[in-house]
Design a protein around this ligand. Structure first.
Ligand code: ACO
Length: 333
């Protein structure tokens, strides 16, 4: 049986930095409020006229493929995670495939919101384990800025998100105990209403009659923040423990935890519940906000650039988000 391992990681964030002070000028908020509740200092916004979710993903993918030493023509399949697809349909996977001149290989779109990257990793890992594909390009990219209401009315959600993309190359290998050790996926659709954008959606009249004011709550993200918080801090450590138990490992074996970057307070609580020291967790929410599916590959790519990923280390990934969905993965580099 084959195993999969990550051989290259890349990320791209737009140049435009939007600080909390910038938001103070356009809505009733303060740098103090945002930092205290979320840990965010600034985020990146991608100018609409400069492109799209797929374009950012392609930039991250080119870096990941170069680091892996893999050419686009060698890739067997694409798995693309996003909640902010360029079009209602088709998904961004095929758009990225065309931009990368990848012939007619399959492009699979994953819609698992903040858990999207780990879901995508799991799907790609199964394709490699089954022997169907040898080299898979995973992309996770989000253009959140276009859906946010950046006025006082939308400040609850507007201050939390940023744009960006991450990508990894996953390749088949046959070394036991190396690479993706396991992935663990969960969802509970009973919480679908708690964090969502409803339109455009089939069955929503607003898809076809988009009146901005009367459909305000349909076309902008809505969230019960406290319920999300409570569930995130329970599910994220729980699914890490599930992964460790599955592999007969303990928290002490983890060299680095990469938690989805929803909120610094969530990361801190996950760290505390798992009793991990500061040097074993990596956060960057202060610079990028919540880039949803892209947060984990961006974290990984930054560590790669800093030379902080060493052979033999055990990485734990954990995410929680809209759906609800939650997931974990263990990687032995
Ligand atoms: N600036 C200033 N005041 C604000 C802002 C803002 N940007 N947003 C809300 N407020 C006000 C509210 O209007 C409210 O005022 P009121 O008391 O006069 O009514 C007050 O601040 C408190 O609002 P709450 O929503 O109750 O604030 P809370 O303490 O819950 O913090 C937050 C909000 C940060 C979103 C919190 O609920 C949270 O961390 N939730 C986790 C969810 C999360 O991070 N989601 C991200 C996406 S999901 C994911 O990735 C997992």
């Amino acid at each position: 049986m084959f195993h999969s391992k990550i051989t290259g990681v890349g990320h791209y964030v737009p140049e435009k930095i939007v600080t909390n002070k910038d938001l103070e000028k356009i809505m009733d908020t303060t740098d103090e409020w945002i930092q205290e509740r979320t840990g965010i200092k600034e985020r990146r916004f991608h100018p609409v006229e400069e492109g799209s979710t797929a374009k950012m993903a392609v930039k991250a993918a080119n870096i990941a493929m170069e680091r892996a030493g893999v050419k686009p023509e060698e890739i067997d399949a694409i798995v693309f995670a996003t909640l902010s697809s360029d079009y209602y349909f088709p998904g961004s996977g095929v758009l990225a495939q065309a931009m990368l001149n990848m012939g007619t290989i399959p492009a699979i779109d994953i819609r698992a919101q903040c858990s999207g990257f780990i879901y995508a990793l799991s799907v790609a890992d199964q394709f490699i384990k089954s022997g169907m594909y040898k080299k898979i390009l995973l992309m996770a990219s989000e253009t959140q800025s276009i859906a946010l209401d950046l006025t006082t009315r939308g400040r609850g959600m507007g201050v939390l998100f940023g744009d960006g993309a991450g990508a990894v190359v996953l390749e088949a290998h046959n070394e036991e105990g190396k690479g993706i050790l396991s992935t663990h996926l969960h969802s509970d659709g009973n919480f679908a209403e708690v964090l969502r954008i409803k339109s455009p959606g089939s069955g929503r009249a607003t898809t076809f009659y988009p009146g901005i004011e009367e459909n305000y709550e349909e076309i902008h993200p809505q969230m019960d923040g406290q319920l999300v918080f409570k569930n995130a801090v329970t599910r994220m450590p729980e699914v890490v423990i599930e992964a460790l138990n599955h592999n007969n490992l303990t928290v002490a074996d983890i060299d680095m935890l990469l938690p989805h970057q929803a909120n610094y307070r969530i990361s801190q609580m996950v760290q505390r519940l798992l009793k991990l020291p500061d040097e074993k967790i990596y956060n960057n929410i202060e610079r990028f906000g919540n880039t949803t599916a892209a947060t984990i590959p961006i974290l990984m790519s930054e560590l790669w650039e800093q030379g902080r990923i060493k052979e033999g280390q055990l990485f734990a990934l954990t995410a929680f988000g809209s759906g609800f969905t939650w997931a974990s993965a263990l990687i032995r580099w």
